[in-house]
Design a protein around this ligand. Structure first.
Ligand code: 2M8
Ligand code: MG
Ligand code: MG
Length: 272
């Protein structure tokens, strides 16, 4: 079993980013050697500190599928198609941040006063719109492959913005608070790559994949896995999947819903 999980609004509470209610299940999963692979909009800098807090040692996917980080300790010889980056092998799928900032500068001329983005917001601005601490906001702003957009225009203009980006070959996916731009990479493609990677390590092992997410930007990942689990959002309607699989919807939101649905699905009893 491989568990692929979104963080914000899924393993972490939408409002306060707390994961306390999931801790005992995380211990059980670790003992059972079931990988819990974060697949998130967050940056490598954010993940490095979160993995310490979560005591997580598994691979992870950052910036909405833009790059996969595999600990070197996990796989000694360099996997095909990866680069070396400190203690990780990295597979990246997206252009660097500067590309996205330039694109958004151009779009600002066509859509004046309709949106802003992380490099303009700066640490304080990011804190204001996310509730993150200064340190966490600063890590969120250490982006390598993307530039989250905060939209304040109306929905009709947002559709025009979406069309203008599509003409450039760029898609919008919506996270909990921000719009994320993509050149075609997404969480689903990163998850498919990682599943193939695990399969290549152990060709005879049957792999069952579970994905958990709460937003539109999780759809590709949920559709790419055997068991999609949608975590209820306190602010938004559940994302729509085009899939014939049976979908599990959590009753609770955030980490409570995460722990409850996984423990039921896998038949674990928390606390035993
Ligand atoms: C951004 O991601 C969330 C994911 O749902 C969003 O779009 O609301 C990211 O930029 C991430 O780096 C940051 O930590 C998060 C904070 O809420 O927002
Ligand atoms: Mg989320
Ligand atoms: Mg996320």
């Amino acid at each position: 079993v491989l568990i692929f999980t979104d963080l914000d609004g899924t393993l972490l509470d939408h409002y306060n980013y707390n994961f306390q209610p999931a801790i005992s299940l995380l211990h059980i999963l670790e003992e059972a050697r079931i990988p819990v692979i974060p697949v998130t909009s967050k940056t490598r800098a954010e993940l490095l500190s979160l993995r310490k807090e979560l005591n997580n040692k598994d691979p992870f996917v950052v910036e909405n599928g833009a790059a996969i980080f595999i600990p070197k300790s996990f796989f000694k010889s360099q996997p095909q198609g990866t680069d070396e980056c400190e203690e990780f092998w990295v597979r990246s799928f997206a252009p660097r941040r500067s590309y996205w900032v330039e694109l958004l500068e151009q779009m600002s001329e066509r859509f004046p006063n309709q949106f802003t983005y992380f490099s303009k917001l700066g640490t304080e601005g990011i804190q204001e719109f996310t509730g993150l601490s200064a340190e966490d906001a600063q890590q969120a702003n250490q982006r390598e492959y993307s530039e989250p957009v905060l939209w304040f225009g109306d929905d009709i203009t947002k559709e025009k913005f979406r069309d203008a980006l599509l003409e450039e070959g760029i898609w919008i996916v919506e996270g909990g608070r921000f719009l994320h731009l993509s050149n075609g990479c997404d969480k689903g493609k990163a998850v498919a790559w990682l599943k193939a990677f695990y399969q290549a390590r152990d060709p005879d092992m049957p792999i069952h994949t579970i994905a958990l997410g709460d937003s539109h930007n999780d759809v590709s990942m949920l559709e790419a896995c055997d068991q999609p689990i949608i975590i209820r959002s306190p602010t938004k309607h559940p994302p729509q999947l085009r899939t014939s699989q049976s979908i599990i919807q959590s009753h609770l939101s955030g980490p409570e819903g995460w722990a409850d649905t996984i423990s039921r699905y896998l038949g674990f009893r928390i606390g035993n």
